[in-house]
Design a protein around this ligand. Sequence first.
Ligand SMILES: [Zn+2]
Length: 243
Amino acid sequence: MPGIEPDRVLCESCGYDLRGLSASAACPECGRSVSSSLPTARRGSPWQRRPGLAGWLRTAAAVLGDRRTLWPGVEVELDRSALLFATNIGVASAIPVVSLLLAGGHADFAPFFFLGLAAVFTGLTWTEMTGLRFFGARRGWRTTAEVAGSVCAHASVGWILSGVAVALAWQVHARTDWLVRLAQSGVFGYRVGVLVSLPAMLAAAFLSGLLLFEMLVYSGFRAMRFANRPAPGRDWSGRAVIA
Ligand SMILES: [Zn+2]
């Protein structure tokens, strides 16, 4: 089993301990080039390189689109990842609040709704991180807290789908009042009546984002199973930094 010391450089494909090998060598176990496993190969996602609107949009697009390119570049770190997570959760929680206000909900309620949603997203993500560490250890992977955090922060883009879907469900429900009432009168049968009830629609909407989040997390969990973190005292480019 590979060492799980966070600073030991492992082959990112198979977990082989690369100590003593030169950067131009190949992994004796799987043939992957040593240079592609070096911590300097993880240059950071667009957000990690430069947190901001452009970085956020490009990172979200990569998380939802080209994950094969994204995950090998994600830096193992918690500072900018935490900021990315907060941004995603803020967006995911704000969208339903706007929808609630547009549907004529009480404005007084909005802050509590926002905080409640953010707490649910955060709690579920924290549970996911704990789960990743547990299952990673069982598989012999090096899923440290930093790796789990970096993966979950990037995958938390998926929660925005929950926010958008909940907002839409709310609007649809509010604007098709007559249809909802007709369905609930039992014309189409009892089950249809239950399906179009507001709690059922909101739950289904929320679940769509949960499923997306899980899918994104799993892809990162696998791709970063032996991810190397930057060497202590070095940034992603290998330059010495003052600690
Ligand atoms: Zn290997």
